[in-house]
Every structure is written in C-alpha cells, then in structure tokens.
Design a binder for this molecule. Sequence first.
Ligand code: XMP
Length: 304
Amino acid sequence: MVKVNKFIEQAVQQIKQSIDEKAILALSGGVDSSVAAVLSYRAIKELVIPIYVDTGLMRKGETKRIQEVFGYMNLQIIYAQDRFIDALRGLTEPEEKRKAVGETFIRVFEDEARKINARYLIQGTIYPDRIESEGGIKSHHNVGGLPSVIHFDKIIEPISTLYKDEVRDVARALELPEEISNRMPFPGPGLSVRIIGEVTRDKLDVVRKANAIVEEELLETFRPWQTLAALLGKGTGVKGDQRIHGWIIAVRAVESRDGMTARPMELTWEILRKIESRITGEIPTVARVVYDISPKPPATIEFE
Ligand code: XMP
C-alpha cells in the first residue's frame, strides 16, 4: 500500500508539473483509462477532459455507469452509435470489422478533440502496451491507440511504468468501484467481435442482453477470468406453439493468466441450465444456447 500511495503521489506531481492547460483523455471505462483519468483529475482538476465515446458496441448500462462514476469530472460523452453502425454496414470479415471500428473511433475522437482544441493528450498506456507495440504485436488490439492525424504538442502517459495488477492496486487505492478495479478484459471493438458476420442493431441488442445475463450469473459465482456471450447465426426452434428461425447464442467462460492461452471453465450443469433458460426466456428471438468448450489454442477467446 505504501508503494501504491507513493506512486499516486508522484504521478499526481508529475501530471501537475507537465500540464498547465486543458488536456483530453480517451476514457473507455476500462481500468487503465479510468486510473489515468482519476490521477489526472487529482492533479489538474477541470483541465482534464475525459472523452467517452458511446459506440453502441458497449455492454448494457455502460454509458450510464460512466456518467455515474466520472460525472464529477469535466466529462464529455459522445453518442456516436449511428456512425459505428454505418461504418460496419455490409462488413462480414473479422479484420475489416475491427478496422472499421478502430478507424471510426479515431475519427469520432478527433472530431471532438478539434472542437475542444486541446494541445495535450493523456493516455492510459501501461507497460505491456509499450512492449507490445514496440514489438509490433497485437497492433489492432488497441482501439484506443491514438493519436493518428491530430498533432498533439504533448502526450502524457502517467501509468506507463505499471503492469496490469499494479494498475488494479492503484485503482483500489483511488477508491474506484470494484467493477472497474476488478474488471475482466473487454475488447476494444466491443460487442462487434461477439457477432459472427454483419453487425446490425438487432443483433447488438440480442448479444448485449445475453452478455448481461452471462455476467450476472457467472461473475460472482464462478469468477471466470473472462466470460461472454456471442451470437453465432440462426437455427430453427419452437417457441410457444410456433416454429421460429431464432438466434443461436454461444456462452463462453474461461480461465487464463494473460489471455494468451485459456481453458474452458467446468461449469455446473445447473448453472448452464439456468443461463440457457434465462437467455431463451428473456430474449424472444433466441432459440438455442450452446456452451463453448474449446481451449485457446486452437480457438481464441472472442469469436472474431
Ligand atoms: P482472443 O480473442 O485473441 O483475445 O483470444 C485475447 C484477449 O484479448 C481481448 N481482445 C481484444 N482486446 N482489442 C482489445 O482491446 C481487440 O481487438 C481484442 N480482441 C480480443 C479478448 O477479449 C481477450 O481478453
């Protein structure tokens, strides 16, 4: 704890010394950007402008939660769902979808940055991000990988010496809510990687509800490293006395150390049945629920 408090003190001092005018920060709600935002607020108060982009690809209730947790700051929420849906229209290839989300994110963020006319950018880059981008690995993974076209006079990275578990310690010391300090990974391109094929509003609505159910049932009980629901396609089913062509939802829950490899969790039959009955019961257009038992490799954790 002493080390953590010392880190916080030094980081706040450093931010104070290096920033004397407004600075923007891309806030995703993940632990890294959240910690960077709180440290910056402690240092420079209203001068930090966290920008949160509601892509429409977020989990249930996320935007509202951001407002609750960070609303005391000079927070800007940008509602950009239409731009993301437009950018994704007709795209079915996983890499094209990722690229479309990444580029749209950067464009939306830049439009806002221009309006605010800030010369400084604060980023929640952590130590492994630096290693990964220097090594050229996973470059597409960081949708928050700004800046691109906009020129910033200064880029400040207050947590770039920390590993993930250290960031979580700092988050706890800063009294960020548990759900942020303990948050499981969530991919930058959001729910778009949990929909096979084209992303539409209908599918997003279904997969968002299914993800919420899976998290409600598993996060506290089985404490998976990561858990999710993905929409695979359609299959026939019977609901009431009607045959339907309904969505097939895959549930995934994995144990892992770092996401590089993963093992499927051995859930109980009882919890699997409960998840199935909630998903098919609460989402009328879902006909089928399956549990993914593939390890990584050969499968990845996300579906796309
Ligand atoms: P995969 O699916 O490659 O995922 O086994 C490994 C871990 O990385 C997350 N992931 C992403 N994170 N941008 C991110 O920021 C991405 O494009 C992305 N794709 C996957 C995934 O959720 C898992 O934790």
